[in-house]
Design a binder for this molecule. Structure first.
Ligand code: R5P
Length: 303
C-alpha cells in the first residue's frame, strides 16, 4: 500500500485510534482547539507532503462544528501538499436533508457534498447513509459501507433471538435495510407506516404484516431522539407483539431524552455502532459494536 497516514477529528478520536491500531498505522500529530470566539484552530504538527491522508470525523452533533472542523482539516492537508485526502465520515450529518419537502428549502446534504468537494476531498467513505442516493450529490468516489453484517453477527452471537422473530422496518425508508437483516437472520419483515409530525414526534398509522405473539427486532439507520423507536414499540405491542423487543441501529446520536424514550420494559437489548462516540457508562443498556474493522478494511482496499 502507498504511504498513508490517519488524521482524527475530535468527534471520532477513539474510533480513529482503533482503526490505526488494526492497520498498524501512524496517526498524524495534530492540535485542534478553539479560539475564544469559538472559531476552530488547527495545526498539523508533522509533514503530510506527498501522503495519502485519511481524515476520520463524524459530522454528528454538534453537527456544524464537527463539519467545519472536518473541512478545515481537509484544507490544512491540501495546503500542506497531501497527495490525496479521503474523508472518512462514519456518520454523515444532514443526510436527512436530501430533498426539499416544500418550496424555499435548502437541500443541505447536497450543500455539504459541494463544500467537501470544494475544499478538496478526493474520496468519501461513510457508513449506512440515511439515503444512499446522496452519493449522487458527489462527483468523487463514495464508498457507502454497510454495518448490517456487523450488527447481525452481534445479534446472533450475543442475543438469543427467538425463532419466531420478525424484523421491523419503522418506516418505508428502511424497508430495504430491514430486508437485508431479514435475509441474514432468516426472519420475515414487517413494515410500519410512519407519519412525522415534527422533529421529535412521529405516529404509526399502520402495521403491515403479522406481529401477533412474535418477538420483534426493530431496525433503523439512526436513533436520534428515540421518538421513532418508542412509537414503533407502542404500535407493535398494540398489534399484539410479545413484549420481547430488540433494537438495532447503525448510528445512535444520544440526543437528550433518547435513553428515556427507549427505556421500555419490553426492550430486551439495544445495539448500535460507534460511528457516533458513545460514553459507555452514560448508557449501560446500549451495546456498542465497533465499525473500526470495517473502516480499516476500506482503507486497506483504497491502496
Ligand atoms: C428517519 O427517516 C430515520 O430513518 C430515523 O427513523 C429517524 O431519523 C430517527 O429519529 P428519532 O430517533 O428522532 O425518531
Amino acid at each position: 500500500m502507498e504511504e498513508f497516514t490517519i488524521l482524527s477529528g475530535t468527534a471520532s478520536a477513539q474510533l480513529a485510534a482503533s482503526v490505526a491500531e488494526i492497520l498498524h498505522a501512524r496517526m498524524a500529530a495534530c492540535s485542534i482547539s478553539r479560539f475564544p470566539d469559538g472559531e476552530i484552530a488547527i495545526q498539523l504538527n508533522e509533514s503530510v507532503r506527498g501522503c495519502a491522508v485519511f481524515i476520520i470525523q463524524s459530522t454528528c452533533p454538534p453537527v456544524d462544528e464537527n463539519l467545519v472542523e472536518l473541512l478545515a482539516l481537509v484544507d490544512a492537508c491540501r495546503r500542506a501538499d497531501a497527495r490525496r485526502v479521503s474523508a472518512i465520515v462514519p456518520y454523515f450529518g444532514y443526510a436527512r436533508a436530501d430533498k426539499r419537502r416544500g418550496c424555499r428549502e435548502p437541500v443541505t446534504a447536497s450543500m455539504v457534498a459541494t463544500l467537501m468537494e470544494a475544499v478538496g476531498v478526493d474520496r468519501l467513505i461513510t457508513v449506512d447513509l440515511h439515503a444512499p442516493q446522496i452519493e449522487g450529490f458527489f462527483h468523487i468516489p463514495v464508498d457507502n459501507l454497510s454495518a448490517v453484517t456487523l450488527l447481525c453477527d452481534a445479534l446472533q452471537a450475543r442475543h438469543q433471538l427467538s425463532p419466531d422473530t420478525v424484523v421491523v422496518s419503522p418506516d418505508e425508508g428502511r424497508v430495504k435495510t430491514a430486508a437485508e437483516y431479514g435475509r441474514k437472520l432468516g426472519c420475515p419483515v414487517v413494515v410500519l407506516h410512519k407519519e412525522r409530525h415534527g422533529g421529535s414526534t412521529t405516529r404509526v398509522t399502520h402495521v403491515v404484516g403479522d406481529v401477533r405473539d412474535r418477538s420483534c427486532l426493530i431496525i433503523d439507520d439512526m436513533i436520534s431522539t428515540g421518538g421513532t423507536i418508542a412509537e414503533s414499540i407502542h404500535s407493535l405491542l398494540q398489534a399484539g407483539a410479545r413484549p420481547e423487543i430488540t433494537i438495532a441501529a447503525t448510528h445512535c446520536l444520544r440526543l437528550p431524552g433518547a435513553r428515556k424514550n427507549l427505556s421500555h420494559e419490553a426492550v430486551r437489548g439495544i445495539l448500535a455502532t460507534d460511528t457516533v462516540h458513545v460514553i459507555q457508562n452514560a448508557w449501560p443498556e446500549l451495546q456498542v459494536i465497533s465499525t473500526a474493522p470495517l473502516l480499516a478494511s476500506a482503507i486497506s482496499r483504497c491502496g
